[in-house]
Structure formats: structure tokens, C-alpha cells
Design a protein around this ligand. Structure first.
Ligand SMILES: *Cc1c(COP(=O)(O)O)cnc(C)c1O
Length: 432
């Protein structure tokens, strides 16, 4: 294969990549095949996918069980309009999901991705009050949160350089500090102040781990307290489990750590095992009932051409087969234990500012005095990982591991060794 016919070269003439400054970004790596935790590139190189390809691929690449189920579905029914019609994959996926979710969740609404799952949750929450003629219009979100890239989802996310060009179009949100260890009381006080306003429609949150913020973690106990306050003030609670869902936190769902149950839940990333784009918003009967009326305008007016696509739902069902297999929890426990041991080995080492872990999510914050170095360092760390055949995407000075659950111990060791090298690189960069 000549270099100017490579995927990478042809890509650079026609594609526009997400979150990428196209002028300065290195050429994209052409991937021709995936298996387990490994991606195979067109130049023969191999990469351990330690970030599950943006957190979606929970069972490993090209999983044969999912592939089989998807191909069967493709030959049976590839798509059908979901207004006025239904099909087995959507019915079964909803039935099975609801059996796994907190008991108060009774209805499933399908969309195409995590952002739209959040959009729908926001619309459900706002219209829940509107349908009752009650003036509650404000939304609470965490500082630093990320809920997606559509306008509603951006509005309830941290304002940053990413959202700056659209700032004036984003609606106002009450931002609440994350109750990280030691800050719980301050967050509770602030929430009480906000709730005293009486015009709060909903509280949207990433349970236990704020992913894009840099894997910022807080306890289930304080989340239960926040939920209790919201529920006492009749505020709709929305758990955005787009990242935390399907095992990431060491249990099936982050909300499995809670005693309280959210009114609405959002899922996407792990839902199809990283195979097809699919999102769901689930809700309690109490929310659902407010949309029932002889008045047609009280319906939820939201939908997508590919709502509940049968092939995507089939991928979701196949993924759930794997989620419900005995080996699933064993893998979560194995990875969690490996992370804990590795994090312990790092404590006190120079260059390490903090280590955080929730289940299979490990985050390591490097000590970097001068913040002006940041971007350059981030790119260097990323490149070092790729040179080692490990795909790790630093968030600033934070490196995290969010691997497929099939990752082997040997592969995990490779990932940890790469992080060790990153630490040395950080030390070199900031010494002298
Ligand atoms: C990724 C993510 C989203 C957005 O999902 P997309 O499928 O990328 O639109 C929303 N919320 C959380 C917590 C996420 O991690």
C-alpha cells in the first residue's frame, strides 16, 4: 500500500473530526480491525484501547455475540417507524432494562446518543411542570459537569472554551459545586439556598463520577442527601448515567450505590456495547402520568427518524446478555482490584498529585506547576501512549483508564507501565 493511498491520507482530504483542530492535529490513525481490547492499524501497529473508544466499548471490539445478534436483526428487520409501530427488539430491550434499573423506573424513551438522551430528560422535566400549569423553569447542574453537545445539553454543562461561541444561546442554570470529599457540607448548604427559590424544575447530575471534568468523584452518601433535599422540594432528579452506566463504577449502574431513586435516567455509551448509536431516557410512572391526557398537546413532542432502531436495540440486547453473564461482575471486580493496587503503588511518588478510583474508573492527576505548559504536555502524554501502543487520552494533566472489561491482566500491566513512563515525562518536563 503506497503512503498516499492510506486511509489516513485519504481521510485528511475529506473528513472533519470531532474535538479536533484540523490544522494542527497529527494525521488520524487508520484502524482496520478490532478484537477484544486491541485495535489494529493499517500500518500493522496495535493499540490497547484503554479508553474504550470514548467510553463506549465495554465488552471489547467486534464482539462475536453482538455481531451475530446484529447480523440476524439486519436480515429480519433493519428499521421501522416508531410512531404507530413497534417491534420485538425495542419491547424486549425496554423490558430487560427496566428489570435492571431502580424499581421506580417504568418507561423507556429512545433516542440516538447521550446528548439527546439528556435533551429528552430536560424536556420531560420542564414539560412535567408545564403540563400541570406550575411555574418551575430553572435547572440545577454541577459545576464542571458535561452532559453533551446539543444546545440543551450544553446549557446544563460547564461553560468553557468549548461552549463560548454559543454562550448567548445557552439558557441560565444554577450551578452547584461538586461535593468532593471535604466539600459535602458546603454543597448541601448551597443546594438549600438554591432550592429556597421555589422555581426549580430539575437537578441533572452525573452520579458519583463527573467524567469530562477529569473523573471528579464524590460519594453516594452525599448524593443521597442531595436527592433527598430535591425530593423534599419536589424537584425532578435526572441521573445522567451516559458514562457511568453498565458497570463503570463497579456496579451495574452508579445509582445502584444509592438508597434514593432518581425520577429520570439517561443512558447511551455502554448501552449497545459500543456497537451502535443509541440513547435512552427512562422515567418514573409519576413523570409519565403527567403526559397522559385527552389533550393531545400534553404529549411529549420529541422524536428522531431512527428512534428505537431495531438493529441498535438488538445490539443493546446482545450487550445486556453479556452484562447479565456471571463473568461481567467478575471482570469489574478484577479490574477494580488491579486499579486499587496500582493506585496504591503510586501514592507518595513524585509527580503524582492525586489518584482517584471508582470501580473500573481510575484517574491519576499529575503534579504540573506551570499551567502554561498544559496543552503541550497533554499532547506529549498522548503521543507517548500511542508510541507504547496504548490509547490513553489525557484530560489536561489527568490521565484516566476506562477500558473494556475484557482487558487482560497483561494488557492492564502494559497500560500501567505506560502511565509510569508518563509520570517520568512529567517529572522531566517540570524539573529544572
Ligand atoms: C458522553 C456523555 C454525554 C453525551 O453523549 P454523546 O453520545 O456523546 O452525545 C452525556 N453525558 C455524559 C455524562 C457523557 O459522558
Amino acid at each position: 500500500m503506497t503512503s498516499n493511498s492510506s486511509l489516513s491520507t485519504r481521510d485528511q482530504l475529506v473528513n472533519w473530526h470531532p474535538y479536533t483542530q484540523m490544522q494542527t492535529a497529527p494525521p488520524p490513525i487508520g484502524i482496520v480491525r478490532g478484537e477484544g481490547a486491541v485495535l489494529y492499524a493499517e500500518d500493522g501497529k496495535e493499540y490497547i484501547d484503554a479508553v474504550s473508544s470514548w467510553w463506549v466499548n465495554i465488552h471489547g471490539h467486534a464482539h462475536p455475540h453482538i455481531a451475530e445478534r446484529v447480523s440476524q436483526q439486519l436480515r429480519t428487520l433493519e428499521h421501522v417507524i416508531f410512531a404507530g409501530f413497534t417491534h420485538a427488539p425495542a419491547v424486549e430491550l425496554s423490558e430487560r432494562l427496566l428489570r435492571l434499573l431502580p424499581a421506580n423506573q417504568t418507561r423507556v424513551f429512545y433516542t440516538d446518543n447521550g446528548s439527546t438522551a439528556v435533551e429528552v430528560a430536560l424536556k420531560m422535566a420542564l414539560q412535567y411542570w408545564y403540563n400541570q400549569g406550575i411555574q418551575k423553569t430553572k435547572i440545577i447542574a454541577f459545576e464542571g459537569s458535561y452532559h453533551g453537545d446539543t444546545f440543551g445539553a450544553m446549557s446544563v454543562s460547564e461553560r468553557s472554551v468549548f461552549t463560548r461561541p454559543f454562550q448567548q444561546y445557552l439558557f441560565d442554570v444554577e450551578f452547584l459545586p461538586v461535593p468532593v470529599p471535604g466539600q459535602e457540607a458546603a454543597t448541601l448548604v448551597k443546594l438549600k439556598q438554591i432550592l429556597a427559590q421555589n422555581d426549580i424544575a430539575a437537578f441533572v447530575f452525573e452520579p458519583l463520577v463527573l467524567g469530562t471534568a477529569g473523573m471528579v468523584m464524590y460519594s453516594p452518601e452525599v448524593l443521597d442527601q442531595l436527592l433527598q433535599l430535591c425530593q423534599e422540594h419536589h424537584v425532578i432528579t435526572i441521573a445522567d448515567e451516559v458514562m457511568t452506566g453498565f458497570g463503570r463504577t463497579g456496579k451495574r449502574f452508579a445509582c445502584d450505590y444509592l438508597t434514593r431513586q432518581p425520577d429520570l435516567m439517561c443512558f447511551s455509551k455502554g448501552l449497545t456495547g459500543g456497537t451502535m448509536a443509541l440513547g435512552v431516557t427512562t422515567c418514573s410512572q409519576q413523570v409519565y402520568d403527567i403526559f397522559l391526557s385527552d389533550d393531545k398537546t400534553k404529549a411529549l413532542f420529541h422524536g428522531h427518524s431512527y428512534t428505537a432502531n431495531p438493529v441498535a436495540c438488538a445490539a443493546g440486547l446482545a450487550s445486556l446478555d453479556l452484562v447479565e453473564a456471571a463473568s461481567f461482575q467478575q471482570n469489574l471486580d478484577r479490574i477494580s482490584a488491579a486499579h486499587t493496587a496500582y493506585a496504591e503503588s503510586l501514592t507518595g511518588k513524585p509527580g503524582i498529585k492525586a489518584c482517584r478510583q471508582t470501580g473500573t474508573i481510575l484517574a491519576i492527576e499529575f503534579e504540573v506547576g506551570e499551567t502554561s505548559y498544559f496543552n503541550c504536555l497533554r499532547d506529549q502524554l498522548y503521543a507517548l501512549g500511542l508510541e507504547n501502543g496504548v490509547l490513553l487520552r489525557p484530560l489536561g494533566n489527568i490521565i484516566y483508564v476506562l477500558s473494556p472489561y475484557c482487558i487482560t491482566q497483561e494488557q492492564l500491566t502494559r497500560v500501567y507501565e505506560t502511565i509510569d513512563q508518563m509520570r517520568l515525562l512529567v517529572l522531566q518536563s517540570f524539573s529544572a
